[in-house]
Design a protein around this ligand. Structure first.
Ligand code: MG
Length: 366
């Protein structure tokens, strides 16, 4: 099998109503990636996501640094191609951020082809056999721009739908207000439902210690991204002083950084993101490493990063998959299927990354 062409795309998709965390307000998501065609007629799709800006930079990396390296190659050499792209033209200017996100898209498209060529869903091609549907938690009831009443109403609606785990945002200027909001939700949902909080990197070490202390008695399953994602030392110091497990990984861009986090005992739950870490190839390495450290993996945004629903079926140390159901009809051909607070096992061949024809036409940025 040989790659005959690779074409980038950029989609700008409205999210419905505006959503906010401590770092940003979001009205659109960009899906930027590429389709790779082969001489056997099989086409693969890979993409990454931005919160509405920067997609054109990632697209430029794909077009100018990666596309020429792919033509004529066999997609089955995906791990070799990963090394060559990583140590190739992008190395001097990258290794984190836009270049790694672009490489994620390429790697995912190649694995999508491999799975489609085998006629199987990706999780089967990767040797996955985890039985049953996938446990999920929902983030869509907990935005920072929601009032306390909205938070409680939305949380109760999700519990009615069968959800047993929810996440909400923190990181307001007044940490005591964060405490009031989380306590109100905890009271409304009761003790049985798992509750996580996410500060989206807003705090410095002093604020994070204060926040953790105020939230300590609310039986939280984790505190996510309390601090800057490059600051391993501060996460270790915070982790030493709080009983709330620390979760992070959606902004960590290398296997080396994940190793150092785990080795430093600075993290308890790994949220490695296949669209940021460089694709499926390094994602599997991080998950295996976490398993050796006896650490659970809960990937970032399972329904937006469609591939995660496959990957969690492959690893023994998966716990919960995040979902943020923004749309009734999403832009994907094989949208993740949620039922009774679970994610149904994908059955279609490939990595579930193809977009609908309609989405490609309607949302395409020229
Ligand atoms: Mg997060």
């Amino acid at each position: 099998m040989k790659i005959t062409s690779a074409k980038s795309f950029l989609l700008n998709v409205p999210v419905g109503s505006e959503i906010a965390d401590s770092m940003q307000s979001v009205t659109h998501l960009e899906f930027v990636g590429l389709t790779i065609a082969t001489d056997e007629g099989i086409t693969g799709t890979g993409y990454t996501i931005t919160v509405g800006h920067g997609g054109s930079v990632i697209r430029e990396v794909i077009d100018t640094l990666f596309v020429d390296e792919l033509k004529g190659r066999d997609p089955h050499a995906v791990r070799e191609i990963w090394q060559q792209l990583y140590f190739g033209k992008a190395h001097w200017i990258g290794r984190a951020g836009a270049t790694t996100m672009a490489q994620s898209a390429v790697d995912i498209a190649l694995w999508d082809i491999i799975a489609k060529a085998a006629g199987r869903p990706l999780w089967q091609v990767l040797g996955g056999a985890r039985a049953g549907d996938i446990p999920i938690y929902n983030t869509h009831a907990g935005w920072l721009n929601y009032s306390v009443k909205q938070l409680k109403d939305e949380a109760l609606k999700l519990i009615d739908q069968g959800y047993t785990a929810l996440k909400m945002k923190v990181g307001l200027a007044d940490t005591k207000e964060d405490r009031r909001r989380v306590a109100a939700v905890r009271k409304a949902i009761g003790e049985k439902v798992l509750l996580m909080v996410d500060a989206n990197q807003k705090w410095d070490l002093m604020q994070a210690r204060h926040g953790a202390r105020l939230l300590e008695d609310l039986d939280l399953s984790w505190l996510e991204e309390p601090l800057h994602p490059d600051d391993i030392r501060s996460h270790r110091l915070l982790n030493e002083g709080t009983s709330i497990p620390i979760a992070l990984g959606e902004h960590v861009y290398s296997t080396h950084a994940f190793r150092d986090y785990m080795e430093s005992q600075a993290v308890d739950i790994i949220q490695v993101d296949v669209c940021r870490i460089g694709g499926i190839t390094p994602w599997l390495e991080v998950a295996a490493m976490a398993n050796a450290f006896n650490i659970r993996v809960c990937p970032h945004a399972g329904d937006l990063m469609q591939v995660h629903q496959h990957l969690v079926k492959v690893i023994p140390n998966h716990w919960y998959l995040e979902v943020i159901p923004l749309w009734k009809e999403g832009p994907f051909r094989h949208q993740i299927r949620l039922k009774d607070g679970k994610c149904l096992t994908p059955t279609e061949p490939g990595a579930s990354t193809d977009f609908t024809k309609q989405a490609l036409e309607k949302f395409r940025v020229k």
